[in-house]
Ligand binder design. Structure first.
Ligand code: B4P
Length: 189
């Protein structure tokens, strides 16, 4: 099964995708985690990505696609995967469709998590306090939300047009949101 999880920063993509991975026994591929891994390892790619991430902008499509292609070719992704944080703009959406066609693994469903902006800001402030992620400061969060509206929201529209989009209310306790996602997959996957 191939699932895309879409939503604004702080909507719960990473949180819920990690749980889905255990339930469905497929790989969880987070482009944010892959990039943070490169930053932590101080690779040339990570050094380039770090500044962009700290400014709340998107890392170049070419870099992210290269990482993704490498990741989906690993054995644990052969039965399927949950994509968390990809695609994030229309060009990445086109690249993803070409990649999935090439590897013969078509998309089953795209899940869009809805959370009001004031709640997103509060969640990310909570994570900044708890984990100290450098891109969770208020100024960067504002920029990330802007990038989401401008560049990522059109991706959801694309999935809606091809009848692959399922919208889920992302407000509420973790377990409740998770149950809604499982129901959405059962009915649409
Ligand atoms: P990501 O790692 O994708 O960061 P994110 O959008 O904040 O989502 P994340 O999954 O971490 O958070 P979640 O909503 O689960 O991207 C970071 C940066 O990497 C980007 O800004 C960009 O620079 C770069 N990047 C990544 N992918 C890229 C791509 N494809 N192309 C280019 N650049 C890319 O959770 C957030 C918080 O909310 C957590 O603290 C969580 O505990 C809390 N939360 C979740 N669900 C909740 C609930 N139901 N109730 C209360 N709190 C909840």
């Amino acid at each position: 099964m191939r699932i895309v999880v879409l939503g604004a920063p702080g909507s719960g993509k990473g949180t819920q995708a990690a749980r889905l991975k255990n339930e469905l026994g497929i790989a969880h591929i987070s482009t944010g985690d892959l990039l943070r891994g490169q930053v932590a390892a101080r690779t040339p790619l990570g050094l380039k990505a770090r500044e962009v991430m700290e400014a709340g902008r998107l890392v170049s499509d070419e870099i992210v696609l290269g990482m993704l292609e490498e990741r989906v070719s690993q054995p644990d992704a052969s039965k399927g995967f949950i994509l968390d944080g990809y695609p994030r703009n229309v060009a990445q959406c086109v690249a993803l469709e070409a990649l999935l066609a090439r590897i013969g693994q078509p998309l089953d469903v795209a899940i869009l998590l809805h959370v009001p902006e004031e709640m997103l800001v509060a969640r990310l402030a909570g994570r900044a306090a708890a984990e100290g992620r450098t891109d969770d400061n208020p100024e960067t969060v504002r920029q990330r939300l802007h990038v989401y509206e401008q560049q990522t929201a059109p991706v959801a529209e694309h999935f809606r047009e091809i009848d692959a989009l399922v919208e889920v209310d992302g407000v509420g306790p973790f377990d409740e949101v998770y149950a809604r996602i499982l129901r959405a997959i059962e009915h649409n996957g």
